[in-house]
Every structure is written in C-alpha cells, then in structure tokens.
Design a protein around this ligand. Structure first.
Ligand SMILES: [Zn+2]
Length: 254
C-alpha cells in the first residue's frame, strides 16, 4: 500500500466505528495507511448519571484513546445526539472534514440503520464525498481546505444487528476477514468504558464485546471467515466503481 493513502471513518457516535469497522481499520493502519476516525457527536446523551458536558468530555477521551491504538487521529464534529440533521451547517462541517483529511476511501454508516443519526450521517457522508471536488461548494471554514481531486471510494458498514427498523435483514456484499485484528478491535471497543453500563440499561445490550463478537461471527460465517466485518460499496453515478477495499486488503476481502 502506498503509505500516503488516507482513510476516513465517519460515524455518528463514539464507539460506532469500533463496533462496525475497527478490525478493517486496524488492517489498513498495519499496512501504513493514515487513518482518521471521526464522529458527528461526542455522545452527549450516553449517560443516565453524568450531564452532557461531562459525559462528552469522557467519551471524547475514550474515542481518542481508542483511535491512538491504531495510530489514528480522532475528530469530533460537535453535533448533539439525536440532533444530527441533513442541513447546511452539518454538510459544511462534514465536507470540510472530508477535504481536510483527503481520503481515498471513506467508511460510514449504512443508509438504512436502526437510528436516524446513523442514517443522516450516511447521507451527509454521501453528499460530502460527491461534492468534495466541486470548487463552488464553499464550507465557510475560516481556513478552508482545497477541493479534492477526485471522489473518494465510499463504503457503508453493516447496520447494527444487520436489520432495518422493520426487522428485515440487510445483507452486506463484501466481508473483511478480521480474525487477525479482532483482539485489537476488542481493545478499541474496550476503551469506551462509559458505555458498558449505558448500553446495558438503556438498550438491553448485554456486553459490548459479546454483541460485537456475535455480529462478527455472523458476518464471518457467511463469507467463510472466522470473524468478519461487512460492507457495501456506493456504486452510484459519479463515484469510483473500482473496489479499492479489495485492492488494498487482497484475500482478506470476499
Ligand atoms: Zn451510534
């Protein structure tokens, strides 16, 4: 892999990327890619005991610690939980992040997922990738990054639980073998201490690592890997249709 390649993982909340694509990111980091992990919000609603400012500080630290485990840089775009909208201010900041980080490959949420923040981030990400090379789109940043030279390759991670809100299965089309990076993925997820109690009480999720392993096992089984993460590539008009993920990771991708 050319070590100048940049990868952006843009998700709604701290720990989303860890659940959905940290094994894949760890592979890419191991090959010398520069990884940026970004969340729209600092996860300000992720506590029943701490007020928003306190839990946000805690969660940003957790996310930075997790990113550092693979040499990645963490960015928080400072939106608020449940208040991620497809609007001008959000598109401006997501576009500016894409231009600043200059990724060849972007990973984000499934367009259909269990919560609207995730789906909105997916849409914002799609537009930001599509428009990042349009010089007439101004982000209003004080020191704006120049437009990109090309549209990045865009991949959608699996929806949580791999189902839509009506319970229908959403099948990914690409699986990345993460058997060699599962440990690292668990360590990264483990950085998000504050979420263990929250997910247990609020969403009746037993233990984050157990939940993550269950999903990685299911995706893996389908592809003939022990553990895997699933993705779908955005192949709409204007986007590159070559499979960069496969080019980078070779036989780890099926
Ligand atoms: Zn989330």
């Amino acid at each position: 892999m050319p070590n100048s390649i940049n990868i952006l993982a843009l998700f709604a909340h701290p720990d989303d990327a860890e659940f959905l694509c940290a094994g894949t990111l760890a592979h890419m980091a191991g090959l010398g890619a520069k990884i940026h992990m970004a969340t729209l919000t600092p996860g300000d609603c992720g506590s029943t005991t701490l007020p928003p400012a306190k839990i946000s500080t805690v969660r940003k630290k957790e996310a930075s610690r997790s990113a550092a485990l693979i040499g990645a840089r963490y960015h928080c775009l400072k939106s608020k939980d449940l208040l991620v909208f497809y609007d001008q201010p959000h598109l401006h900041k997501v576009m500016e992040l894409v231009r600043q980080t200059r990724p060849a490959l972007v990973l984000t949420h499934s367009p259909v997922d269990y919560m609207i923040d995730h789906e909105t981030v997916s849409q914002l990400c799609q537009s930001a990738c599509f428009g990042a090379m349009a010089p007439n789109f101004k982000t209003g940043a004080r020191r704006p990054a120049p437009p990109l030279q090309g549209v990045p390759h865009l991949y959608y991670a699996d929806a949580f639980g791999r189902r839509d809100i009506l319970g229908n299965k959403i099948e990914s089309t690409l699986s990345v073998n993460i058997s060699a990076t599962l440990k690292r993925k668990e360590e990264m997820l483990g950085c998000h201490d504050s979420q263990q109690a929250w997910l247990k009480t609020q969403q009746e999720i037993p233990e984050t690592v157990t939940t993550m392993r269950k999903m990685a096992h299911e995706v893996g089984k389908r592809a003939g890997f022990r553990w895997a993460e699933g993705f779908r590539q955005h192949l709409g008009q204007g986007f590159p249709a070559t499979n960069l993920l496969k080019e980078l990771l070779g036989s780890l991708v099926r």
